[in-house]
Design a protein around this ligand. Structure first.
Ligand SMILES: [Zn+2]
Length: 148
């Protein structure tokens, strides 16, 4: 099978594929973004360079493409479909004053042995932030025989 060249527009990338002659002009899915890439005809002018192991069409703006989005560096770790510039981790929401106050009160209740989880197990003060973070149902346990 002859080797043909294909150009992926979203990635600005060029790649080669071994294909049967009769399928040579059919689009080929790009190895990076899986979008259809058109064949580069041998008669057309296509100057390209290699950068970081990827063929790039000239002019090369130094950027990379990830799932059709322009990014400034290649994905080097994590899941291949996720790029740190495309899928930025959600920033942790800051706790409001009310939430901090609530947390403080829960810790105080826990210190007095008056806080329990949904199963009735006592919650220690140092366990309160993690339990709240995980969305565990904490409730004020009324001490036996007591009352407000
Ligand atoms: Zn592509």
């Amino acid at each position: 099978m002859p080797l043909y060249e294909y150009f992926c527009k979203p990635c600005n990338g060029i790649f080669e594929e071994l294909r049967p002659i009769r399928e040579a002009t059919d689009p080929v899915p790009c190895p990076q973004c899986y979008k259809d890439a058109a064949r580069i005809m041998p008669t057309s002018f296509a100057a390209f360079t290699f950068r970081d192991g990827y063929p790039r069409r000239i002019p090369d703006d130094g950027k990379f493409y990830h799932l059709g989005k322009k990014v400034s560096r290649l994905v080097s770790s994590g899941r291949p479909n996720e790029h740190p510039e495309v899928n930025k981790p959600e920033p942790k929401p800051r706790k409001t004053k009310g939430e901090l106050q609530e947390l403080k009160e829960m810790r105080q209740a826990a210190a007095k042995g008056q806080l329990s989880d949904l199963y009735g197990n006592a919650v220690r003060p140092e366990e309160v932030p993690a339990a709240v973070e995980q969305g565990k149902g904490l409730r004020q346990a009324t001490p036996r025989g007591g009352g407000e």
